[in-house]
Design a binder for this molecule. Structure first.
Ligand SMILES: [Zn+2]
Length: 426
C-alpha cells in the first residue's frame, strides 16, 4: 500500500507512506516518484491528517453499554455508580458481557481507536468478567490491542477474597495489576494496598495501573505512596496513577513537592475528562470544583499524561461513543489548555502518550512500526479536535478496517458555495 500526500501530526505536509508486509517501509516527501512498486494499492490522502491510531489508556469494558441495567444512577456520584455496579454484577452473564464488549470494540475500530487498556473487576469468585474479557481479547486480537488490568473494584483489602481473585486473574492471563486505595477502609489500608500490589507486580514483572485518589478529598494522597513504591521497586515507566482527582483540591505547596516525586519515579498519569467533570464536585455547592487532575502542571513537570474515556453508557456515565477526540476536546476545555501548544498536547494525550502508558512496542509513524493509522478529515490535530473529524480510513497492519465518507452539508444560499465541510483550506 502506498498512501500519497498526507499531512502528519507534526505539521509535515505532502508526505507519502509506503507499507510493506504490514509495516511502514518508508515515510517521506514525494516517495511516489521513485518507490511505487508495480501493482501496489495507492491511496490519495488529499492532504488530510494521517495520525497514528487513537489509544485509550483507561476504560471499563466489563461495564460498557449496560446503561439502565438494572436501574439508572440517580445521584450521578461515583459511590452510587459503584453500588449500582454491585447490584448489576450478580445479574451478569458471560455471553452478554462478551456481546456488549464486542459491540463496543466495533464502535472503537470505526472511530480509529485501535488499542484499549480496560480494567476488569476481579471482586467476584466466579471471575465471570475476567473470563469474558479474556475471550473478547482473543477474538479482537486480529484488529484491536486489548490490555487488561486486574481491578479489585471493592478494594483488595476491604473485599473478602479480592487478593486471591486478583492473583487468579493474573494467572489466567490478565497482564496489569490494578488497585483502588482511596476505596479501602482507611488511609493506612489504602497505603498498605499500594505496597502489596506494587510488590506483586514487581515479583511477576507486570505493569501497575491504579485508580488512585478518585476523590475530592485533598488529603487523599495515595499517589505519593504509589510514586514511592514505584521508585523503591525500580518500576520506572511501568506504573500509572489513574484519575488523581484529589490533586485538583490539594494545597499548592504540597503539589509543588509531589509533582517532582511523580516525575522522578517515572509514574504516568491518566485523567478521564468526561468522567471526572461529571462525577467530581458532587458534594460542593458553589463554586463547584471541576475535579480533573492538574494536567498542564503534570505535563510541565515532565510527567507523561494520557486521557482515558473510562466509561461509555454504564453505571457511572450515560453518554459516550468511543470517540477519543471527544475525550481530548473535554480535557482541553476542563484544563483550559487553549494555547496552540496546549491543544496539540491534548491530541498527544489520546495518541502517543497513551501508547507509552500501554507500552505498545510497534506504535508510531516511523519506518519499521506496524502500519496502523487513521486518516482524519482535518488538516491538523487541532482541527481534528475542533471538528471531531470523520475517520475517513482506519488501517491496522496495512489492512483497511473501516471507512467513513467525508462529511459535508449541501447549501442552498444565494451567492454562496453549494457545500460546506467546516475545514479551513490552508
Ligand atoms: Zn476507571
Amino acid at each position: 500500500m502506498l498512501i500519497r500526500n498526507a499531512t502528519l501530526p507534526d505539521g509535515r505536509t505532502g508526505i507519502d507512506l509506503l507499507v510493506r508486509d504490514g509495516r511502514f517501509a518508508a515515510i517521506g516527501p514525494a516517495l511516489a516518484a521513485f518507490a511505487a512498486p508495480e501493482g501496489i494499492e495507492v491511496i490519495d490522502a488529499q492532504g488530510w491528517l494521517l495520525s497514528p491510531p487513537f489509544v485509550d489508556a483507561h476504560f471499563h469494558m466489563d461495564a460498557t453499554l449496560s446503561y439502565g441495567l438494572p436501574r439508572i444512577n440517580q445521584s450521578g456520584t461515583l459511590l452510587e455508580g459503584i453500588a449500582l455496579w454491585g447490584e448489576l454484577k450478580p445479574l451478569l452473564t458471560e455471553e452478554a458481557l462478551v456481546e456488549r464488549a464486542l459491540q463496543y470494540c466495533d464502535w472503537a475500530v470505526a472511530q480509529g481507536l485501535l488499542a484499549i487498556r480496560s480494567h476488569v473487576d476481579v471482586c467476584d469468585d466466579r471471575l465471570l468478567a475476567v473470563r469474558a474479557l479474556l475471550e473478547v481479547k482473543r477474538r479482537v486480537a486480529p484488529y484491536l490491542d486489548l490490555q487488561l488490568v486486574a481491578f479489585p473494584q471493592d478494594g483488595v483489602l476491604r473485599s473478602p477474597g479480592a487478593l486471591v481473585n486478583l492473583k487468579r486473574a493474573l494467572d489466567l492471563g490478565v497482564e496489569v495489576v490494578g488497585g483502588i486505595p482511596h476505596f479501602e477502609r482507611t488511609m493506612a489500608d489504602g497505603a498498605e494496598s499500594v505496597r502489596l500490589l506494587c510488590e506483586l507486580a514487581a515479583e511477576r514483572g507486570l505493569r501497575v495501573d491504579m485508580h488512585c485518589d478518585e476523590s475530592d478529598d485533598p488529603l487523599s494522597r495515595h499517589i505519593e505512596t504509589l510514586a514511592f513504591h514505584a521508585q523503591r521497586l525500580g518500576l520506572h515507566g511501568r506504573v500509572t496513577g489513574s484519575h488523581l482527582t484529589s490533586m485538583h483540591s490539594m494545597d499548592n505547596y504540597y503539589v509543588s513537592k509531589l509533582l517532582p516525586l511523580i516525575k522522578e519515579a517515572g509514574v504516568h498519569a491518566v485523567a478521564n475528562p468526561l468522567i471526572n467533570i461529571t462525577l467530581q464536585g458532587r458534594h460542593d455547592s458553589y463554586p463547584r470544583r471541576r475535579g480533573m487532575t492538574r494536567v498542564p502542571e503534570l505535563m510541565a513537570a515532565g510527567v507523561n499524561v494520557g486521557f482515558g474515556h473510562d466509561c461509555v453508557m454504564d453505571p457511572w456515565y450515560s453518554l459516550g461513543s468511543g470517540d477519543m477526540l471527544e475525550v481530548a476536546a473535554m480535557g482541553l476545555h476542563v484544563a483550559q489548555m487553549t494555547s496552540a501548544a496546549g491543544m496539540r498536547q491534548c491530541f498527544d494525550a489520546v495518541t502517543v502518550n497513551n501508547a507509552r502508558i500501554l507500552g505498545l512496542p510497534d506504535y508510531g509513524l516511523e519506518a519499521g512500526c506496524r502500519a496502523d493509522f487513521v486518516l482524519l478529515q482535518a488538516r491538523s490535530p487541532i482541527e481534528a479536535i475542533r471538528l471531531r473529524a470523520p475517520r475517513l480510513l482506519v488501517v491496522r497492519g496495512g489492512q483497511i478496517l473501516a471507512r467513513t465518507p467525508e462529511r459535508s452539508a449541501s447549501l442552498q444560499l444565494p451567492g454562496r458555495p453549494s457545500s460546506v465541510d467546516f475545514t479551513l483550506q490552508r
